[in-house]
Ligand binder design. Structure first.
Ligand code: NAD
Length: 335
């Protein structure tokens, strides 16, 4: 039976890299019944919204989506499609693996980290107001329910993927109640996973240690704001957003997408690097339980990156998006 998957090519470079990822995923032999859904700039002009209801209906039906980047128009009043998807589908966990690949330039050596960021609360709840014309207040919301479920997600991920350790990141020495509750919730959840090592770090120290000795860390779990910052830090450690895959996962649905945006200046030029969306596709295969296919995609990509002959401009090569995808397809097919 083919997997029903919603495919949202997005806009800017989205359609080109989404086509590349589709070719690579199909080369594994895993069957997909793609429900292609349009969202973004073109649906604003045609339908008056960047997120037509059909997109949400489709993801609610298929429960899995692969998504290209979508431009957030500035000054039009439309909220970000990405934020809307997270809210509407309660995609509470943001998963951001960061690992080094031979052939991708970085100052750092062997890094293999997974950042699990809470996606629904913290300062991102958007509860803020002006107290006086000269003072603003923003309220940080941390709940036991959301903290426990993100921590459980991190431990389940660790168990499923053979990881050794989960580190909870916080600032509970200063925010004793809010971050204190996050830490306490993580400690409680950790008791259920005696086979996985658990430790915690204060966020500022964590940032320093990630730069100095990233090899000491494995799976990190963080509230929303620290997760936002630390996940980009980790992407920087391994070569930047161009190679950073991501997923937003909830109980009812999961959306897999590259971390980078729609890079409009490269749209339609066959220049964009498809690495991040292909790695996001590999995460999707894992989510579907297709572990061997995910490994084949990663192996093929790894060999193309290491060889460096068929890679895009940002990786120091001259290949176009489609040439790089074809080189990966060829290696996936060879197995
Ligand atoms: P961006 O990631 O689109 O681009 C920044 C720069 O990174 C680009 O100029 C380009 O040089 C490079 N780059 C990014 N992806 C690349 C790729 N695959 N291959 C080669 N080079 C690549 O960030 P931005 O310019 O800040 O945002 C552009 C638009 O994308 C904005 O409207 C923003 O809101 C949106 N955005 C969407 C998402 C999403 O849909 N998940 C995420 C971030 C930004």
């Amino acid at each position: 039976m083919p997997y029903d998957v919603t495919l949202i090519p997005g806009d800017g470079i989205g359609p080109e890299i989404a086509a590349a990822a589709r070719r690579v995923l199909e080369a594994t032999g895993v069957q997909f019944d793609w429900d292609v859904q349009r969202a973004g700039e073109e649906t604003i002009s045609e339908m008056g919204t960047p997120l037509p209801p059909a997109v949400l209906d489709s993801i609610r039906r298929t429960r899995v989506a692969l998504k290209g980047p979508i431009t957030t128009p500035i000054g039009t009043g439309f909220r970000s499609v990405n934020v809307a998807l997270r809210k509407e589908l309660d995609l509470y966990a943001n998963l951001r693996p960061a690992r080094t690949y031979k052939g991708v330039k970085t100052r750092f050596g062997d890094i293999d980290l997974v950042v699990v960021r809470e996606n629904t609360e913290d300062l991102y709840a958007g509860v803020e107001h002006m107290v006086t014309p000269d003072a603003a207040e923003s309220i940080k919301i941390i709940t036991r329910v959301a903290s426990q479920r993100i921590c459980r997600f991190a431990f389940d991920y660790a168990v499923k993927h053979g990881r050794q350790k989960v580190t909870a990141v916080h600032k509970a020495n200063i925010m004793k109640l809010s971050d204190g509750l996050f830490l306490e919730s993580c400690r409680q959840v950790a008791i259920d996973y005696p086979q996985i090592e658990f430790e915690d770090r204060i966020v500022d120290n964590m940032c320093m240690q990630l730069v100095q000795k990233p090899e000491l860390y494995d799976v990190l779990v963080l509230p929303n704001l620290y997760g936002d910052i630390v996940s980009d830090l980790c992407a920087g450690l391994v070569g930047g957003l161009g190679v950073a895959p991501g997923a937003n996962i909830g109980y009812e649905a999961a959306v897999f997408e590259p971390v980078h945006g729609s890079a409009p200046k490269y749209a339609g030029q066959n220049r964009a690097d498809p690495t991040a969306i292909i790695l996001s596709g590999a995460l999707m295969l894992e989510h579907l339980g297709e572990l061997a296919a995910a490994q084949r995609v990663r192996g093929a990509l790894e060999s193309v990156l290491a060889e460096g002959r068929y890679v895009t401009y940002d990786l120091g090569g001259q290949a176009g998006t489609s040439e790089m995808a074809e080189a990966i397809v060829h290696r996936v097919e060879k197995g």
